[in-house]
Design a protein. Structure first.
Length: 356
């Protein structure tokens, strides 16, 4: 007979989670580490503070907070914002995400008033509101990078109006064209990406917070305070949908694909066989073994990162396809994917413009 194995006792961390409710003990240390997202969602701190500021005002207007309590909360949030700006905010091991970290610090600063900030809302409301605000800001940053890239293209086109080179179809020489005409085809493509972002901004500009609540919260007040154009009308869709994540990730991948095609041309043009283009030294590298080489690394990296962005698009779609409707914890992974896609698009645009 085999001896009976003794049950393994799970080591439990002390817990004071906002979701604790029926639980008599906290999650295991392994689960704490596995579920932490502070390293990813920490960049939402500005949006989370804005949402808390607006929420405190809405709670006071609804008669849930006294004016003095709201003042203590607002003062505390201003102090937290100053700590972040000065890079002095102290994260603690129990801060599983940015929302917990800010609420914990707010309670330290504002006492019992700070502990009331979560009244009447779910974390799902809060997360998706932060996320939409963040994406509004980052979409505008992408538009700025698109503007800079387009300006670099136009400057090169203006300077190369008299340069004639062969155009290619099927990688075979076709008819002669002006280099300016070729470059302005990139202008048209990037202009469409700007339009995509503008349309995305219109669709994402919807307040999801408290799409369903038993408290008398003035959602229009919240929308005005946070700068949203309209209200979400369905609480299930408001908290569970991630169409906006798919859309912005697609735009990032699409931008990468456009830049990759032009980068591929420039890589070919920089070869001795073509000899059309000499990469600038600030955006090229040499060889440790062959000093005669000048490698177009900037364009090669743009081409490579575009492939990563396409992979991220597949990831965000796959993340959603296997989940039931409404919120599931799987969606915690959405931000990591979207943040990386945004960074790739931004970096590729900036480097492409610089390399031109």
């Amino acid at each position: 007979m085999r001896p009976k194995k003794k049950p393994v006792k799970m080591r439990l961390a002390s817990s004071n989670k906002v979701w604790a409710g029926r639980f008599t003990s906290g999650p295991s240390e392994l689960m704490e580490k596995f579920s932490r997202s502070i390293d990813i969602d920490g960049r939402l701190w500005q949006e989370d503070i804005r949402v808390n500021q607006a929420w405190a005002k809405a709670l006071r207007v609804a008669g849930i907070l006294a004016a003095a309590e709201e003042k203590r909360i607002q003062n505390g949030l201003q102090r937290i914002a100053a700590e972040f700006h000065a890079n002095h905010f102290q994260f603690l091991p129990q801060d599983e995400d940015i929302h917990v970290a800010i609420e914990r610090r707010l309670t330290e600063l504002a006492g019992d008033a700070g502990a009331k900030i979560h009244t009447g809302r779910s974390r799902n409301d809060q997360v998706v509101t932060d996320f939409r605000l963040y994406l509004k800001r980052k979409a505008r940053d992408l538009q700025s990078s698109l503007h800079a890239c387009v300006n670099a293209i136009v400057q090169q086109a203006e300077a190369s109006q008299e340069i004639i080179l062969p155009s290619y179809t099927h990688t075979q020489q076709a008819q002669p064209v002006r280099l300016a005409h070729y470059l302005l085809s990139a202008f048209e493509a990037l202009r469409r990406h700007h339009q995509q972002l503008q349309q995305f901004l219109q669709r994402v500009d919807e307040l999801p917070a408290v799409a369903g609540t038993a408290f008398p919260i003035d959602r229009r007040l919240l929308a005005r305070e946070l700068g949203f154009a309209r209200l979400a009308v369905n609480s299930i869709d408001a908290t569970g949908s991630r169409n906006f994540c798919s859309e912005i990730t697609f735009i990032c991948a699409d931008i990468g694909t456009t830049l990759s095609r032009y980068a591929h041309d420039f890589i070919l043009w920089s070869t001795q066989e073509f000899g059309f283009l000499d990469p600038g030294e600030k955006f090229a590298t040499g060889s440790s073994m062959m000093p005669n080489k000048k490698n177009p690394d900037a364009f090669e990296l743009v081409r490579g990162k575009a492939g990563v962005a396409i992979g991220l698009l597949t990831s965000i779609m796959t993340l959603q396809k296997g989940t039931p409707v409404t919120y599931n914890r799987d969606l915690q992974e959405d931000k990591k994917i979207v943040f990386e896609a945004l960074q790739i698009a931004q970096d590729c645009l900036d480097v492409f413009a610089g390399a031109l």
